[in-house]
Ligand binder design. Structure first.
Ligand code: SF4
Ligand code: SF4
Ligand code: SF4
Ligand code: FES
Length: 955
């Protein structure tokens, strides 16, 4: 249960604009129509006892504790299920009501263990509180009769316990799983006295459909569903609000602490992105932050074949700085560069790019957005003028038609998926464009109206075919286009998409999708009142990634679906701060706020504040850095919080490039795969150990708050500062708030942003936030596009160079799953491994039969880049001719297979389309054997006795 989130009003807020006035206990109250009597009372400080009601769920009316008397009505209606009426006169406290409530409580308590003093919920239990509120003094019924007190606990979930003996069958958990999470994993089994909560078909939680989001645990008013950490550690002593460090949803949490130890993370009901909900990662999988694998000592070595030498912070920083200076003196100023982490805060990202531009003196800075959403930046900028998503997550609640392209929010953005599913259950239409049958296509009470199960690499063809139908059937919005867009560009585009070659029928061989389905989907999208597009890496990580983003923007503009709630173009950005790292100027061609380095006015502003001269030419992108390293001109890399060896394509190319460098400096919390190729290791700090901000996929800037001291002595921003100072470029910030003040002073879209302002606005701000929008901008492009008029651009379809051939007859596509996160460095160090302990290769049954592959067999996968081996998972989720895997485990080597093929505009790798051959095998690939030997050696180098796991001496 979660009583620490403030007042529980019992039932959800009514959104009605009509007000109703009534009288409760002699007080005149005015509330929106549709408000329950319980909530109306609570809003005026009158608390009616309750057990089955909570304000995050619709009223259920089962416990009968909240009965009231209403003048002129017979009996005692439940205040949680009774809506207010004008002139109603309600009494919440009478001797008769007190009697009834005591009787109800007596029955509950007579079948409840009286172990309050040793119960983990003691002091934080609604049943205990209500017993006190109703004045229960005795229980007349003994324990001799039938009861539930000896029921067994279900301990199968690694994060929470289900103790059925404490269940009061209030149904809150069942409703939370349905309404809040949308998984429908729980039921009330049996009837009457025998009824109890059941996961699935009387399964253990771990074997059921439960995805361990924790919503039921938060909703439970007793200790029936309780976090195991609370059982172990007891109730928290203090708490701080912070932001999840996993995905781009950016859920707000209350970190509940005992001293410097986290007891639990409670989703914050005031969180603008999550409204009190969470997923298994943010809610439970935070143990990595204090895992024994954390590297807490700075280390250096001359060669990667040497063991690490533990050194003081001072020696490590001085060594790193002298190596950078040596390399630049020998090979030139452009021979070094840096990578900004999308896991770190905005302030830390800003400092790394500043270090590169001001202290290294070049623009060789890039970030992992290069390999995920750089096409979003390009495609949305050229069409609409701003490279970020247009809406809030809540906007989907006003959508009538949702088009998801190349994204699986249920796995990648789970809390947003829950919001979206709620809207879909209310009746919004759904079109999914995906080569796989994802959870968004079909799950409890969700069924896509159209699933366009396209061949990987055919996104542009699908988008063009949809546009063809919209234009040729006159389903576009001429008024919107005339008023808001460049009409010439529209006419040129309309002519292009109307060409017969762009019809669904002509493109059917390329898309693999029946033309009639595309026609139906196009009509559904164009004719709904509000249609919204959500897309992910299944759009961007293609050779034509930028083209598809442009095509998506074209579709939204042509149908007038931009500039209000319920519509828009919504890139589901992957990592917690990937939006922020882009905003902070982490690309080689852009200063903070997306101002091009060739813009002399922008450069002059930064030069004046930074006290240096800036390069006017864009620097190297990540793949260019690797190519230059192999050519011999790029020799040094400062890599903060990014694991390019595991995350970037063509692993062997990446490792060869790192081996060709003379100084690789890795700053991370773990000895990640890239650190195994490093010469300097600087310990990083987890999100719990620092102050700052993250920016989520809605452009929402949220505070990250330090809840424990940095385990290695310094937060990441302090380490970057020390490195800069050692290089001779002074940085002297006392607190991240000063860094944000500098960002705000130099970035027009951030002018109004400060830590103080974020606090004033309740915890977050959506940029742009400036004089024109002092409270931020939830919806973009309302009256006009950021670039003025929206611009249509033709999107000619070219099939991917990675296409099936005699040698490589299958297409490999990749994705992620709910329980693991990206390279898995964090989630692999948690109990989340119980759900997914290895990457598997999904194969269609027909292909498996033809190849003689059975479930769990080892399968060799070979591409032009390399070869690896994974176990088979035979499933109809995937279509014939296509195989699929995740990439969360380094030993899987999924990126050994992916090639250097990349987006034409941004170099974003084409992870989603690789031509491969598959064969049954009985041993790991050559690469895997080499990896295992190398990995064992590197782990030994870092775990000798000379590397104690204690903090190094700090300031
Ligand atoms: S943890 Fe989430 S998915 Fe699992 S039963 Fe509870 S609410 Fe449902
Ligand atoms: S497990 Fe908790 S929330 Fe669910 S019915 Fe029992 S007491 Fe209520
Ligand atoms: S949805 Fe994303 S931000 Fe929210 S808890 Fe899960 S991982 Fe964290
Ligand atoms: S709180 Fe109203 S019936 Fe339970």
């Amino acid at each position: 249960m979660n009583l620490l989130n403030g007042i529980d009003y019992g039932t959800p807020k009514s959104e009605s604009e009509n007000l109703v006035t009534l009288e409760i206990d002699g007080i005149t109250v005015t509330v929106p129509q549709g408000t329950s009597v319980m909530r109306a009372a609570a809003e005026y400080g009158i608390n009616v006892p309750k057990l089955c009601a909570t304000d995050s769920l619709e009223a259920f009316g089962s416990c009968r504790l909240c009965l009231v008397e209403i003048e002129g009505r017979r009996g005692y209606p439940a205040s949680c299920t009774t809506p207010v009426d004008p002139g109603m006169k309600v009494r919440t406290q009478t001797p008769k009501l007190a009697d009834i409530r005591r009787g109800v409580m007596e029955l509950y308590i007579s079948d409840h263990p009286l172990d309050c003093l040793t119960c983990p919920a003691n002091g934080n239990c609604e049943l205990q509180d209500m017993a006190g509120v109703v004045g229960l003094r005795e229980v007349r019924y003994g324990y001799d009769g039938e009861n539930h007190l000896r029921m067994e606990k279900d301990e199968s979930n690694p994060y929470f316990t289900y103790d059925a003996s404490k269940c009061i069958v209030c149904n809150r958990c069942v409703r939370a799983c349905e309404e809040t999470q949308g998984t429908f994993a729980l039921t009330i089994d049996s009837r009457g006295f025998a009824s109890r909560v059941s996961a699935g078909q009387k399964e253990d939680f771990i074997d059921s459909e439960c995805v361990s989001c924790g919503a039921c645990v938060d909703a439970c008013p007793t200790a029936t569903l309780t976090e195991k950490t609370v059982i172990m550690m007891g109730q928290a002593e203090h708490s701080k609000i912070t932001t999840c460090a996993y995905c781009g949803v950016g859920c707000s949490f209350k970190a509940e602490m005992k001293g410097n130890e986290v007891v639990r993370m409670i989703p914050n009901e005031n969180g603008g992105a999550n409204h009190g909900h969470a997923c298994v990662k943010g809610r439970f999988a935070w143990g990595y932050a204090t895992h024994k694998d954390r590297m807490l000592k700075p280390m250096i070595r001359s060669k990667i074949t040497d063991p690490w030498k533990e050194v003081s912070w001072e020696e490590a920083i001085n060594h790193a700085a002298s190596e950078i200076k040596r390399i630049q003196a020998k090979y030139g100023r452009g021979s070094v560069g840096g990578l900004v982490s999308s896991r770190c805060t905005n302030e830390e990202g800003y400092l790394v790019q500043k270090l590169v531009r001001a202290a290294f003196g070049n623009n060789n800075v890039d970030t992992c957005a290069r390999v995920c959403h750089s096409p979003t930046g390009y495609g949305l900028k050229v069409t609409m003028g701003e490279s970020a998503g247009t809406q809030t997550f809540d906007s989907v609640m006003k959508s009538d038609c949702v088009l998801i392209i190349g994204a699986n929010p249920a796995a990648g953005h789970p809390v947003f998926a829950s919001i979206m599913k709620r809207r879909l259950r209310q009746g919004a239409k759904l079109i999914v464009v995906d080569p796989r049958t994802t959870e968004m296509v079909k799950s409890p009470h969700i069924q896509a109206d159209y699933h366009l199960k396209l061949k990987p690499g055919a996104n542009v063809a699908i988008v063009n075919a949809l546009a063809h139908v919209i234009i040729t059937e006159n389903l576009h919005k001429p008024d919107f286009i005339k008023e808001r867009c460049e009409v010439d560009s529209f006419e040129e585009w309309a002519e292009f998409v109307s060409l017969p070659e762009n019809s669904p029928e002509a493109l059917e061989p390329a898309t693999g999708v029946p033309a009639a389905d595309i026609r139906g989907a196009a009509r559904m999208f164009a004719t709904a009142k509000n249609s919204a597009i959500y897309y992910g890496l299944g759009v961007t990580e293609h050779a034509q990634g930028s083209t598809t983003v442009i095509g998506i923007a074209n579709l939204a503009m042509a149908t007038g679906n931009v500039g209000r709630e319920g519509v828009g173009v919504n890139p589901l950005r992957g990592q917690n701060n990937v939006q922020g790292s882009c905003d902070m100027g982490s690309f080689p061609h852009e200063l903070p706020g997306y101002r091009h380095v060739s813009d002399s006015t922008a450069r002059a502003e930064f030069e004046a504040v930074w006290g240096c001269t800036l390069e006017s030419e864009p620097g190297l992108r990540i793949p260019n850095m690797f190519d230059a390293a192999l050519e011999g001109s790029f020799k040094g890399l400062y890599c903060e919080g990014e694991d390019v060896v595991q995350s970037d394509p063509n692993t062997q190319h990446v490792t060869a490039a790192l081996e060709a460098m003379e100084c690789v400096i890795v700053q991370d919390i773990f000895l990640n795969e890239t650190a195994k190729y490093a010469h300097v290791f600087l310990p990083g700090a987890s999100f719990l150990e620092k102050d700052g901000t993250f920016t989520n996929a809605e452009r929402r800037i949220s505070r990250v708050r330090k809840v424990m001291p940095p385990k290695a002595g310094y937060a990441d921003w302090e380490v970057t500062m020390m490195l800069s100072n050692a290089l001779g470029y002074p940085m002297n910030y006392k607190h991240p708030r000063e860094i944000m003040d500098e960002i705000a002073a130099l970035t027009p879209t951030f002018t109004g942003v400060s830590f103080k302002r974020i606090d004033e606005l309740g915890g977050s701000i959506q940029w742009p936030c400036n004089d024109e929008a002092p409270e931020g901008t939830p919806t973009m492009h309302i009256n006009e596009f950021v670039r003025g008029k929206g611009r249509f651009i033709n999107t000619k379809f070219y099939g991917s160079g990675e296409r099936p051939s005699k040698d490589y007859p299958f297409i490999l596509t990749t994705g992620r799953i709910l329980s693991q996160y990206n390279v898995g460095a964090q989630t692999r160090r948690t109990f989340n491994n119980m759900w997914h302990s290895e990457d598997r290769l999904e194969i269609h049954p027909d292909d498996a039969a033809e190849k003689g592959i059975k479930q769990n067999d080892w399968v060799g996968i070979k591409s032009s880049a390399g070869e690896t081996v994974l176990r088979a998972d035979i499933t109809e989720r995937i279509q014939p001719g296509v195989v699929y895997t995740t990439f969360h485990f380094p030993e899987s080597g999924a990126n050994v297979i992916t090639t250097n093929s990349s987006d034409w505009a941004t170099n974003c790798p084409e992870y989603k389309v690789t031509a491969v051959q598959i064969t049954p095998v009985n041993q790991p690939s050559e690469w895997q054997r080499t990896y295992n030997r190398f990995n064992t050696q590197q782990e030994r180098f870092a775990t000798t006795d000379m590397v104690p796991r204690e903090p190094a001496a700090t300031k």
